[in-house]
Design a protein around this ligand. Structure first.
Ligand code: PXL
Length: 278
């Protein structure tokens, strides 16, 4: 079987372990080739830093796609995350249409918000653009805030009731037409993880909760999930692998000198990810 290829479409945050600097090593560790289309270049991510630089690459994306198409480059999966502008939602959809095969899987992480708030730099029109990209996906990976923004459901803080999660995930699936992996699902102080709504069926993948917040864990999670999926795991198995990998990355970080904005030590958890995928 030939090596699988993912096209990862995210920003490069030069410091702060998220988006492409996380997707590349994790997908490589899953033995997947990771080609990239950067959406923007920032000196750091936008969560907790001020004064970051930001270069929007909106005008470069279709040129990269057109060259690849001419070269006959295609991919087994497209994995999109943080976009540099609202306009990029349409451009990324066109890119995927230009490069996909009938079998390509499209994974969209609607990376735009957390903790009940849009990330710095996005205005209230942005979720509608992101919704249109989600509608082109096979699988989407929103956190609770992002699912609320996609559906218009009121954001609530954890812990959640099963009724709230069920309604949120079903509405998100209805409005996007995609299978949904909802992250940040927490019913009590001991467990956290993801809910999965796949072909009309609801399942959970939970692990022990560590009561800390680190930046970039959504990208660690979605990258590992995509890597496991391309290693022929079922969606539920891939989500459980990603939940465990994210928890382990947080645990490794706590053994050191953790700074929330600097991201998690996923690198030290990679040997275990490698092992579960063997
Ligand atoms: O991890 C999501 C993310 C990606 N890229 C940038 C971000 C964020 C979250 O804040 O700011 C630039």
């Amino acid at each position: 079987m030939s090596q699988k290829r993912v096209v990862a479409i995210h920003d490069i945050s030069c410091f702060g372990k998220c988006s492409l600097t996380v997707a590349l090593p994790i997908l490589s560790a899953c033995s997947i080739e990771c080609s990239v289309i950067p959406t923007a270049v920032l000196s750091t991510h936008t969560g907790g830093f001020t004064g970051f630089t930001f270069r929007d690459l909106t005008d470069d994306i279709l040129g990269i796609s057109a060259h690849w198409r001419k070269e006959g480059i295609t991919a087994d999966a497209f994995y999109t995350g943080y976009l540099g502008s609202e306009k990029q939602a349409e451009i990324v959809k066109r890119t995927i249409e230009m490069l996909r095969t009938g079998e390509s899987i499209i994974v969209v992480d609607p990376a735009m918000a957390d903790g009940g708030r849009l990330y710095t730099g996005f205005d209230s029109n942005f979720p509608l653009a992101m919704l249109s990209l989600c509608q082109a996906a096979d699988i989407i990976v929103p956190n609770i805030t992002e699912a609320c923004l996609l559906t218009g459901i009121e954001y609530k803080e954890a812990p959640y009731t099963e009724e709230y999660i069920e309604n949120l995930i079903k509405r998100t699936a209805d409005i996007t037409g995609a299978d949904v992996v909802l992250t940040g699902v927490c019913f009590d102080e001991n467990r956290i993880g993801a809910a999965i709504y796949e072909k009309g069926e609801l399942k959970y993948a939970l692990t022990r909760r560590i009561p800390v917040f680190f930046h970039g864990t959504g990208d660690v999670f979605a990258s590992a999930m995509t890597g496991a999926l391309l290693n022929d795991r079922s969606l539920q198995a891939a989500v459980q692998i990603a939940v465990n990998f994210t928890r382990e990355s947080i645990e490794k970080t706590l053994e050191e000198n953790p700074e929330r904005e600097y991201g998690v030590n996923f690198e030290s958890a990679i040997p275990d990810l490698f092992e579960v995928l063997e």
